[in-house]
Design a protein around this ligand. Structure first.
Ligand code: BGC
Length: 411
C-alpha cells in the first residue's frame, strides 16, 4: 500500500516538475522574443539618429567677405554644402549664385554655372550671371504700363524697353542675408526692401528669396513679396548653365525638353506680339528631347529676331501648381537638370549675346552659347497684355512662387 502511495506521489512530483520546466521554457522564450524586439528597436533608433545627425553634420554653411560696392557696402559670399558634397556659392550682391558644383556620372564635381571670381567683375557686368531678377524679370514694352488709370514710366535700359527691373534692378543691390541649417540641407534667406518709386515702380515692395540646397541635390528658390500699394511683380533667377562644366565649350549638344505646346513670338525688340503660337512643326518644339543646336540656325523669323532662342514658352499644366516643366541633359558628363515651377512661363535663352568679350571664373572666356538660361516667370510685357496671366500684386496680398533646379547624373 505504502509502496503504491510513494509511487503515485513520485509520479505527481515528476509531473509538477515537468510542468515547472515547461513554464520556465515558455518564460525564457518570451524573454528572448522581448530581447529581440528591444534589440531591433534600439538598432532602428540608432540608425535614425545616425542618418539625421549625418545630414545635419554634413550640410554646412560658411561665410566670407566678397568685398565692397562702390558706395562702401560690405558684400559677403556664402557657401552652402550638402551631405553629398554638392555646393552652391551665393553672394548677397544681387542674390547671385556665383558657382554651383554638381557631380557627373562618376561622382566628379564640376562648377556648372557661368560667373566671375570677384565682386568687381559682377559690379561691371551686364549679363545678369546667376542673379535674382526683379521687380520685373524680362521686358516691359517702352518701359510703360498703366495701373488703375495711372501711367507709370519705368527706367529704359534695353533700347526703348525696360529689361530685368531697369538700370539698377534687384541684381545690382545688396540684400540682407541669413543662413539657415535645415534637416534636409542648408538655406540662405535673402530680404530686400524696394522703395516706392524705385526704377519707376509704385509701392514699397518687401521681397524675400530663399535659396535651399537640399541633400538630394535640389536647388530650390522660394520667392515672396508684399506691397503697401498695388504694383506689379515678376521675379526670376538668371543662372547660365553648362552641364559639362562652365567654360567647357558650348551648350549646343545639350538635349532639352520643355513641356510647352505654345510660345510667345516677339517683335524685333523682343516684346511679345500677343500671339500664342503652337510649337508644332516649328524649331520651338521641345516637347520631344532635342539638341539645343539641332535647329538653332534654321531660317525661321523668330530665331533670326532673337539671334537664337530668347523666347518665353507657355508652360503646360496649371499655374500655381509645382510641376516638372523642363529637362536638360549633357551626354558627355551624364548630368541632368530638371526644372520644376509654379510659374506659367519660362524664358529659354541660349546665350546668344555672349561674344567672347567676358572672361569668367578660372580665366574661362565665354563665347556665344557657352551657357543657357531657363528663367521661370510670367510672360514678358504682361502689364500691357490683358490676355496674359496678370502680374498685379495688390496691397495686402502675398506674392509667392517656387522653382526647383533638380540635378542628377545618368548614363
Ligand atoms: C533676355 C535676353 C538678354 C539676357 C541677358 C535674358 O533673360 O531674354 O534678351 O540678353 O537675359 O541680359
Amino acid at each position: 500500500m505504502n509502496t503504491m502511495t510513494n509511487r503515485r506521489s513520485r509520479i505527481s512530483n515528476h509531473r509538477s516538475q515537468t510542468s515547472d520546466l515547461r513554464s520556465q521554457i515558455t518564460n525564457f522564450r518570451s524573454q528572448i522574443t522581448n530581447f529581440k524586439a528591444l534589440c531591433l528597436a534600439l538598432l532602428c533608433g540608432a540608425m535614425i539618429l545616425l542618418l539625421n545627425s549625418d545630414a545635419r553634420a554634413q550640410a554646412k554653411i560658411t561665410k566670407e567677405s566678397f568685398g565692397k560696392t562702390a558706395d562702401g557696402q560690405n558684400v559677403d559670399l556664402y557657401t552652402l554644402r550638402n551631405s553629398r558634397g554638392a555646393e552652391v556659392r551665393i553672394t548677397n550682391y544681387g542674390g547671385t549664385v556665383t558657382s554651383l558644383k554638381m557631380p557627373d556620372r562618376n561622382g566628379t564635381f564640376a562648377d556648372i554655372v557661368l560667373g566671375f571670381d570677384n565682386l568687381d567683375d559682377y559690379l561691371k557686368a551686364t549679363a545678369y550671371f546667376g542673379a535674382i531678377i526683379g521687380r520685373y524679370g524680362n521686358r516691359i514694352g517702352k518701359g510703360r504700363f498703366t495701373l488703375h488709370g495711372v501711367e507709370y514710366k519705368l527706367a529704359t535700359n534695353n533700347g526703348e524697353n525696360h529689361l530685368h527691373g531697369g538700370i539698377k534692378g534687384f541684381d545690382k543691390v545688396v540684400w540682407n542675408a541669413k543662413p539657415l541649417k535645415l534637416a534636409n540641407g542648408a538655406a540662405l534667406v535673402l530680404t530686400y526692401l524696394s522703395k516706392d518709386g524705385e526704377e519707376g515702380y509704385p509701392g514699397n515692395l518687401s521681397v524675400k528669396v530663399v535659396y535651399t540646397l537640399t541633400n538630394t541635390n535640389d536647388l530650390k528658390i522660394d520667392y515672396s513679396a508684399t506691397t503697401d500699394k498695388d504694383t506689379i511683380v515678376n521675379l526670376t533667377h538668371h543662372s547660365y548653365f553648362n552641364l559639362a562644366g562652365q567654360g567647357n565649350g558650348d551648350i549646343l549638344n545639350h538635349r532639352l525638353w520643355i513641356n510647352a505646346a505654345r510660345f510667345t513670338p516677339t517683335d524685333a525688340g523682343s516684346i511679345p506680339t500677343g500671339e500664342l503660337r503652337n510649337v508644332h512643326g516649328t524649331p520651338f518644339d521641345f516637347t520631344r528631347l532635342t539638341a539645343i543646336g539641332a535647329r538653332i540656325n534654321q531660317d525661321y523669323e523668330q530665331l533670326k529676331l532673337g539671334k537664337g532662342y530668347d523666347h518665353n514658352f507657355v508652360l503646360n499644366g496649371r499655374m500655381g501648381v509645382l510641376r516638372r516643366v523642363a529637362r536638360a541633359s549633357d551626354s558627355t558628363s551624364g548630368r541632368v537638370m530638371e526644372v520644376w515651377t509654379t510659374e506659367p512661363g519660362i524664358q529659354f535663352y541660349s546665350g546668344n549675346f555672349l561674344d567672347g568679350t567676358l572672361t569668367g571664373k578660372d580665366g574661362k572666356v565665354y563665347q556665344q552659347r557657352s551657357g543657357f538660361c531657363l528663367e521661370t516667370q510670367h510672360y514678358p510685357d504682361s502689364p500691357n497684355k490683358p490676355a496674359f496671366p496678370a502680374t498685379l500684386l495688390r496691397k495686402g496680398a502675398r506674392y509667392h512662387t517656387t522653382t526647383i533646379y533638380r540635378f542628377s547624373a545618368g548614363r
